[in-house]
Design a protein around this ligand. Sequence first.
Ligand code: UDP
Length: 313
Amino acid sequence: MRLLVSGGAGYIGSVVTGHLLEAGHRVTVLDDLSTGHRDAVPSGAEFVQAGIDQAGDVLSADFDGVLHFAAKSLVGESVTNPALYWQNNVEGSRALLEAMRAADVRRLVFSSTAATYGEPDEVPITEDAPTRPTSPYGSSKLAVDLMIGDYAAAYGLQAASLRYFNVAGAWNGLTERHTTETHLIPIALQVAAGRRDRLTLYGEDYPTPDGTCVRDYIHVADLAEAHVLAIAAARDGHVVYNLGNGSGFSVRQVIDCVAEVTGHEVPVVSGPRRPGDPATLVAAGDRIRSELGWAPRRPELRTMVADAWAGSR
Ligand code: UDP
């Protein structure tokens, strides 16, 4: 297939682009490089530096589908500057959907998030759980999921929203390289590498076995394989799939794993809870396993941390 990947210069978009190329697809990456890196775009892909609001200049009837990653994704920033998230994530996605409609391109895989659920009533979280986002970031992603559902019903889109839990690891040297890093594993690795003094542990009084938050970590290469399956399986309508391992690790377990894998200490200081952090987020991934035959091939936390460590060296 001929595919457009918006945000293909970012961490997840670049790894998915690499997997699409390996699967034999032709890929054009559209990215404004506001947070992505030109050198992350795999060499077999065509590259266009532009925002998603310009997707109409690139898309034509020659394209078979779109994988849409381009978005702002910092939870804290979204709280202080929600306008940026509604403009970039929501209006940008609408422009992309309009460009798809104009060019009659129907297949779509959208990069959604577990942040659409907010604080869950039950874990593991199924796709039918209530959606009550606790940040404008989560709201903006949920708004796009709803928009895609409406467009699919009325205009014949063949769409899948993949709701990621905590993506980790690296693939072929493609790793997380955020200027503003907020994620646990890259921060812990920076401490292990001596590039930061310590890690602040955001809360130790959660109702979890060791008091720290539990998250479901998924290897970025496993995540990418799910995208390759989802774009190939696209069918009329809109389907939502959770993407996680289905098992949780606490912040303490992650820190211990980073120390073990790297052989370096990871000094920690206790801090207050981070606003909007639910105690436990673990995916029920039955739907994607049964409908697309996907299963994570790298479920060990150790593998994710080791790959991220190797990718950051
Ligand atoms: N966390 C932490 N210290 C940090 C960064 C993250 O204690 O410097 C915790 C955070 O509170 C959460 C978990 O690590 O419980 C995972 O956070 P991350 O930002 O990686 O992903 P999120 O689950 O928020 O998407």
